[in-house]
Design a binder for this molecule. Sequence first.
Ligand code: ATP
Ligand code: MG
Length: 610
Amino acid sequence: MSKASAAPKASGPAEPVKPSNFLRGIIERDLDAGTYAGRPFGGSPGDAAHHAAGQPDPARIRTRFPPEPNGYLHVGHAKSICLNFGLARDYGGVCHLRFDDTNPEKEEQEYVDAIEEAVHWLGFDWESGGTSHLYQASDYFDFMYRAAEALVQAGLAYVDEQSAEEMRANRGDFTTPGTDSRFRNRTPAENLARLRDMRDGKLADGAAVLRAKIDMASPNINLRDPALYRIKHATHHHTGDRWCIYPMYTYAHPIEDALERITHSICTLEFEDQRPFYDWLLEHLASLGLLAHPLPKQYEFGRLNLTGVITSKRKLKALVDEGHVSGWDDPRMPTLFGMRRRGYTPESIRAMADGTGASKTNIWLDYAVLDIALREDLEGRAPRAMAVLDPVKLVLENWEEVFGAGHREPCAAPAHPQRPELGLRHFKLGPEVWIEREDFEHVPPKGFFRLYPPQPQADGSVAPGNKVRLKYGMVVECIGFEQGADGRVATVRARVVPDTKSGTPGADAVKVKGTITWLAVDDAAAAEVRLFERLFTEDQPDAEGRDFRSVLNPHSRRVVQAFVEPSLGSAAAEHRVQFERHGYFVADRIDHRSQAPVFNRITTLKDSWK
Ligand code: ATP
Ligand code: MG
């Protein structure tokens, strides 16, 4: 069986029905009209002849996600990935992963590997029907050059040797038409010879460019003889030193789409003005017999921006290079690696991206939407546990008297309150317990129901200290406290109230208004916990030309020595858990070790920013 005729399988996880958007409308119209029905596909990218010899394309549509491998993917790319792979999946199509590696200078294998890993992690795959649709634009350099010669021979392109300044001056502007280059009327034969000189390394960088011959007076500046090829004596990470001329993005991208038989080429709004050239180029190359009909069509949608983060690879790189963060995967970074390390689930990122649909304007989405999606995802599945993040010691003075020396009281709690099938978690209560510092007040403010010591009254009497329940454990009554040399509370003293164990018949005999989380000193696992805030203090850190460095949040990362339930001491990396009252946490992907746990707070239980 030929590879191409195998039935396409869904290219990503099944998702609930999504709200319609204009892209879905376009695809549905094309499917109804049969725009792409029955077109042959050669089983791999190729020119008109290659596809003409192929089988009817088993994919009803083809989309692509085309990152430039010059950095790590960020949350904006997640939007594009979800859109392209999601539409292909929903309409019986296939989505290609294509490295748009036509610029030799900034691209590296490290980024290529990281991009593949990130797309997989998000839950998508470019494999379909036994074929891997993973492509790189640099594989098409031969075709692109052949197409360039064909355009030259057809009188549709010329080699321009004006200086960069002349070229800029002659381009005109929005109100002034451009001026023809003095090289514009060279014959095809002259142009071909000059193009070959460019290719053969006979000209220096910047000495000449190949330009399309369209219209220097066009109101669309992108049609004023756009550059197709430039000279760049640079080593490419994939093609090495084979080429010293490289295609411009605007020339390369439409060709990449057509060779791969993309049907719907979805890009962001800034490419809208390029669309006329996209069509001009493909239609001419099709008439010259190089590319097959039906040709791909470009559609633009608005970029996704999240408040409080920046989504420009260049600026993210600056954050890394200047040491404002620990790396591309710093948990505060809006890169997919950063978000993964922070603990966001692929499901939550997909839900956030899909929830924004596709619109014709750039959008700023409140970052809280991502946290809401994360909570919705984890609420039903993350096991619960107790953690004490700001520990102070509570000593139960009468422990030995009540239980005898050495006794430890086994306690248990459901792993998840609504999911009994997940079973119980186990821990022990003993004579010394870690509690949260904020659960004790020396002088209780009004309405404080947690621990406070006996209080002298106006009439000279002393009211007893407060009683609280140690959650899943027993009721304790505060009897005093001690301060350290720094004036901070060092120890809280209490007595355990006998026969009040949670789940026993006597448990409700003593009424308390407060329940607090805790962990026994000789049972808890010590853990490093990393607490994050937003990296920037402004919603639009780089808006209106502001230097994002001026709005870095100095408190965006805080590390505390905490205690967690004993079973979490040996949790696996990337294990996610809800620490009761503190939020959702993940065992750090890189630094977490069994017996030396490190947890990142993904988000709090409620939105607490501002
Ligand atoms: P950057 O400016 O960060 O370098 P880019 O757009 O140049 O981003 P590419 O690698 O060229 O990065 O992007 C790959 C694809 O992802 C493109 O189709 C691009 O339009 C899309 N994309 C990038 N950023 C966003 C965003 N914020 N929202 C939606 N799509 C995006
Ligand atoms: Mg780009």
